[in-house]
Ligand binder design. Sequence first.
Ligand code: ZN
Length: 274
Amino acid sequence: MKDKVMLLEMPWHEARRRAQQNAVAVIPMGSIEEHGPHLPVGTDVIYTEGIVKRAAEIAAKQVPIVVLPTFAYNVVWWAKPFFSIGPKPDTLQKLLREIIHALVYQGFRKIVLFQGHAGNTAPWTALLQLADEGIDAHLFDVNLGAVVQKTIRALGEEAPPRSGHGGWWERSVVEFVRPDCVYPDLIPTEENREKVKPSNYKCVDNGDVKLVGFATRTPHGYTGCPELGSRELGEKFLELAAKFLAEIFIEIGKKEPAYPTPREQLEQRVPIDS
Ligand SMILES: [Zn+2]
């Protein structure tokens, strides 16, 4: 039981013990949205859970940790008119806040929000709101993007160009975690691969300005080179990404923050004209 990291697989007394041990509580966030013709709409959920679970298993050898169920619902309105299902930002923010409060009530003091979906900024907004609310915990905002960049650098020459959306690494990791969820006949080839349309604005194409609306630039919901992925690459990618993420979990688990929680700060605050 002690080697379990997924909350849903633990009896309540083990979950309570983790809270009492000041365990790191991780909330992984995926999304439901198109990932090209060859990958499922749950791509972000599948790889996020795969990477976070493996990272937590590595970290659990050194620090107490517990992983909450992955949020499948995320703010995905940006993906319209492609197939996407998700709440409005304020709904997600409320839900996250309540889950975080429930964790704090149970005794958790180190809570990691792991955003496995790069196109979403609502959790960050929620974090800022929560920091202001005086909760008795420390919140850590960990973004998949940084872990992916580190992993691609570590893969070196083995990493194909252009990571993309529904591209080589997402395809590879899904193929490793859930081989039944990649549709080989529908993987775009180099010949028929969709070209991202130039925006007609230099400032957009060179990255200085973000044009809102993914669908305006890619008619079939993917970018990058999905044909360059593989199950083997997915295994390597997941192991490396999990290793980098585990380092973060371990550091959070081992160290205490240099500053008090928002609640402690509130209690310490003395009015200027007292
Ligand atoms: Zn994705």
